[in-house]
Design a binder for this molecule. Structure first.
Ligand code: BES
Ligand code: ZN
Length: 886
């Protein structure tokens, strides 16, 4: 244990702040190593505080304090006391103006929190606690202030000077040698939403007419020469603004909306008021440089950050324990946006894939925590899939339980009642209780209880009485710090299919209060739902549209799955049935490799896929999803214990090849039919075609014949856009040198000067499942295009190795773990947030088979023992190794 064990913050310790800051007047004079920040703060004693002390304690980290004054009178050394993280001023008046001047060093800031430089551009990241690295402040989300910001810089550095709100004034000083700009944000906001950008940037612009007829100036700032790659983001922004007006009645509230793309960013993007800052990966796109996946991410993330203007900014969080109030809700909103403008079923399949791949393992491992956590050491560690994705599922369940109309009424009430507030989950839920006239106290348990509930399903049909009984039983496994779990309120959408595959639509008997057509509510540990007048046993479709974030345990025949996979009117469950068949097949293969005598037969899966491919009524994008097999990670999760990633890799490869062979003719036809010569478009129809074509290519290539590899190379060479090129590159990178090297070399030569596109090359190397993977990765780390200080690069190479290269990462000799641990230790020295996030990739180590588990444990212990470990990594590795001695 390190000597200075970091402090744990607890929800139950929340107290209103002793003081409030009503207005902030900031003056920032930019300089690469000595930026001067003068803050004039209007401070009042907080009437809501019960604190007796008259002292004021401000947060501040890495600040070189030059001046400090109260109401214009300079303070002396005995009036205040400083520590590494705070400034305490003794006996302040009830109302006063505090002025501080500090010097900070943006160039030295490699943690990318606070003010830093990214390829010559000054930018900020303040969420969650970065503002304290810019000036002394009450850095907590329940302190809301209006801001006036003046930025000044050398003329050649100052083509663009931006902050939140509306522009007030621009000009020059020092005989034209220095530029300045003044911004005013009239909307009171917490300091985590503060932002500033300065530098030599170019921009594209557009305007948006809001629903009340106001005109908003929209602008996206990018590096010079990249303007032509910002169009899709602008398109996405305008669609988002329209959608929020139409679907939620939310209008934008400033004269300008600015987005800036920067190359150094720890996350995806940030919703600073009126000045969103983005990882350039999520802004820049053109057909030859970005894949369809990136196009869709851009659309979704631009929407997400824009939607925060109401869910996050106008209504913010009282404290960081309420993070899901803004993030879970905003993810739900961006998912609904994508569903509305693309294909809903396909979007849902993707959401659930993502949830299962990230949130389920988190919820089942040492990092499990409730959607609303009750303690943390480092808040940056709690921007998790649980808070985001499970948080979004809770909002979705809420809408399912109370119904769409009540949900919308509840949202309206929330916006109405809490506009301008720093709110809590309780505030949020109360609005829905009132709007729906329904008690949601049972539902609320979802926010407190960690772990994924498992629902066991059993059906019986009594032919004589013509009765169908559906028995459901729920159990949530224990998680760290929570052993006993209560039953939660689980909405179950369902259907009963007759022999023709049609829905029966029968009411449930006996529980009139909790049931309605096609929706039942499981609220107890065990419950029976009875349907009458059912002559023949139907096939039961449960959890349609994935109506609750649970693991469904339903032991049903391959024949039933095949039937659902062919007939279910619910697209999600149709996909689910087929996905389950594929999972069974791969797991059966693993058993076979381990020496089982029975060989699993692929015939059911082949039949159902074949039927689907011929079905003209099915969406092309849906077909593409059907052809994507469960990933190796999905299979590992299904197995759950004593996992051998080497075997999974082998079995997965064999099954992929089998399907490629058995469906060859149809896949060839699809591959041809989906090729298009039309001009590129990012609209759903074209994207779906490319996705289906790529999926067919994956299966066909898996057969591994010489002709297949030749075709793959041709696919790469003739690619008409990055979606085709990158897909082929990733497949090629996993082949022998003769096939992989020419493509990798070609891609490198073509894109090495584009710092964004070259990350695809790093990712291809990181996730290529070859024996030489680690050697190749180590060589790539020394490539001139690699840079440890750019998180995108570390994630592309090291992150994709840990997350998408299971057979090499989990190499039986432990080389993958050793390498990864070395990388974590290195990155932790300058960017703790990035290191801690990456380390999460090892969260499921305890489900591994004995040998690998021991190797992984040893590396985690080595990380834990490292001197000078950050709070971020200390917390994550501590949880991962807790109670693991032996
Ligand atoms: N507010 C977050 C960004 C953030 C996260 C800042 C953690 C500081 C610490 C932003 O709204 C967000 O959630 N971004 C996501 C993308 C989104 C589409 C889920 C991200 O950056 O990954
Ligand atoms: Zn967000």
């Amino acid at each position: 244990m390190r000597p200075d064990t970091p402090r744990t913050i607890r929800l139950k310790d929340y107290r209103p702040s002793s003081h409030v800051i009503t207005h902030v007047d900031l003056n920032v004079s930019l300089h690469p190593t000595e930026t001067r920040v003068t803050a004039k703060l209007k401070i009042n004693k907080n009437p809501a505080s019960s604190q007796k002390s008259k002292d004021l304690i401000l947060d501040g980290e890495g600040l070189d304090l030059k001046h400090i004054a109260i109401n214009g009178t300079e303070l002396t050394g005995k009036d205040f006391k400083r520590s590494d993280t705070s400034l305490r001023i003794a006996k302040v008046p009830d109302t006063f103006e505090l002025t501080t001047t500090v010097i900070i060093n943006p160039e030295a800031n490699k943690a990318l929190q606070g003010l830093y430089l990214s390829r010559g551009i000054y930018c900020t990241q303040c969420e969650a606690e970065g503002f304290r690295r810019i000036t002394y402040f009450l850095d907590r989300p329940d302190i809301l202030s209006t801001y006036k910001v003046r930025i000044e810089a050398e003329a050649d550095e100052a083509a663009v000077l931006l902050s939140n709100g509306n522009p007030l004034e621009r000009g020059t000083v020092a005989g034209g040698k220095r530029h300045y700009a003044v911004w005013r944000d009239p909307h009171p906001k917490p300091c985590y939403l503060f932002a500033l950008v300065g530098g030599n940037l170019s921009s594209i612009s557009s305007t948006f007419k809001t629903m009340s007829g106001r005109s908003v100036d929209l602008r996206i700032y990018v590096e010079h020469g990249k303007e032509d790659r910002a169009g899709w983001a602008m398109e996405s922004l305008k669609r988002s603004m329209t959608w929020d007006e139409e679907r939620f009645g939310r209008e934008y509230d400033l004269d300008v909306f600015n987005i800036v793309a920067v190359s150094h960013f720890n996350m995806g993007a940030m919703e600073n008021k009126g000045l969103n800052i983005f990882n350039d990966r999520l802004i820049l796109a053109s057909p030859d440089k970005a894949t369809d996946a990136i196009y869709q991410s851009i659309e979704g993330v631009v929407a997400h950050e824009y939607f925060h203007n109401w869910t996050g900014n106008r209504i913010t969080c009282r404290d960081w324990f309420q993070l899901c109030l803004k993030e879970g809700l905003t993810v739900y909103r961006d998912q609904e946006f994508s569903s509305d403008i693309r294909v809903r079923t396909v979007q849902r399949i993707r959401e659930v894939r993502h949830l299962r791949a990230h949130q389920f393992p988190e919820d089942a491992g040492p990092l499990a925590h409730p959607v609303r956590p009750d303690s943390y050491i480092e808040i940056n560690n709690f921007y998790t899939s649980t808070v985001y994705d499970k948080g979004a599922e809770l909002v979705r369940m809420l809408a399912t339980i109370i119904g769409e109309d009540s949900f919308r009424a509840g949202m309206d009430l929330f916006f109405d009642r809490h506009d301008g507030d720093a709110a809590t989950i309780e505030d949020f839920l109360t609005c829905f209780e009132e709007a729906a006239g329904q008690d949601l106290s049972h539902f609320k348990l979802w926010y407190h209880q960690a772990g994924t509930p498992r629902v066991r399903c059993h059906t019986t049909h009594d032919e004589k009485r013509q009765k169908l009984t559906v028995e459901l039983e729920q159990e949530t496994p224990p998680t760290p710090g929570q052993s006993k779990k209560k039953p939660v309120h689980i909405p179950v959408r369902f259907g009963l299919l007759n022999a023709d595959g049609e829905d029966l639509h029968k009411p449930v008997q006996g529980e009139p209060d909790t049931t309605s057509a096609d929706l039942i509510h499981l609220t107890k540990k065990r419950q029976k739902f009875v349907f009458e007048d059912i002559e023949h046993c139907p096939v039961v479709s449960l959890f349609r549209d994935f109506s609750a974030p649970v693991v469904v345990d339903f032991d049903r025949s391959d024949a039933d799955l095949e039937f659902l996979g062919t007939h279910d009117s619910d697209g999600f469950n149709r996909w689910q049935a087929i996905n389950t068949l594929a999972t069974r097949l791969i797991v059966g293969r693993i058993e076979k490799l381990k020496g089982a005598t029975s060989t699993p037969t692929p015939s059911g899966l082949i039949r159902v896929l074949s039927t689907a491919l011929e079905d003209d009524s099915l969406e092309t994008g849906f077909k593409a999803e059907l052809l994507k097999l469960p990933s190796q990670m999905d299979i590992a999760r299904e197995i759950g214990a004593q996992v051998d990633p080497g075997l999974i890799y082998k079995a997965h490869k064999q099954v992929t090849a089998t399907i490629g062979r058995k469906l060859a003719e149809q896949l060839e036809a699809v591959y041809k039919a989906m090729s298009s010569t039309a001009t590129f478009s990012a609209e759903p129809e074209q994207m779906a075609k490319r996705a289906l074509r790529n999926a067919a290519l994956t299966l066909l290539t898996a057969r591994g014949k010489d002709d297949d590899l030749k075709r793959l190379t041709k696919h790469y060479q003739r690619a008409r856009n990055m979606t085709e090129a990158a897909h082929a590159l990733f497949l090629l990178a996993g082949q022998g040198t003769a096939h992989s090297q020419p493509a990798l070399d070609h891609f490198y030569r073509k894109w090495k000067k584009d710092h964004l596109v070259i990350d695809t090359w790093f990712a291809a190397i990181g996730q290529a499942p070859r024996a030489s993977a680690l050697a190749n990765i180590k060589r790539a780390l020394k490539d001139p295009a690699f840079d440890y200080y750019t998180p995108n690069k570390v994630r592309a190479l090291v992150g994709s190795f840990a997350m998408h290269n299971p057979s090499r990462f989990h190499a039986a000799n432990g080389s993958g773990y050793r390498f990864f641990a070395d990388q974590i230790i290195h990155v932790d020295r300058f960017n703790p947030q990035l290191a801690a996030r990456l380390l999460g990739a090892m969260g499921s180590w305890s489900v591994l088979e004995h040998n690998r588990r021991e190797l992984a444990r040893a590396e985690l212990k080595r990380i834990a023992k490292t001197k000078g470990l950050s709070r971020d990594t200390f917390e994550i590795v501590g949880k991962m190794t807790k109670n693991s001695d032996g």
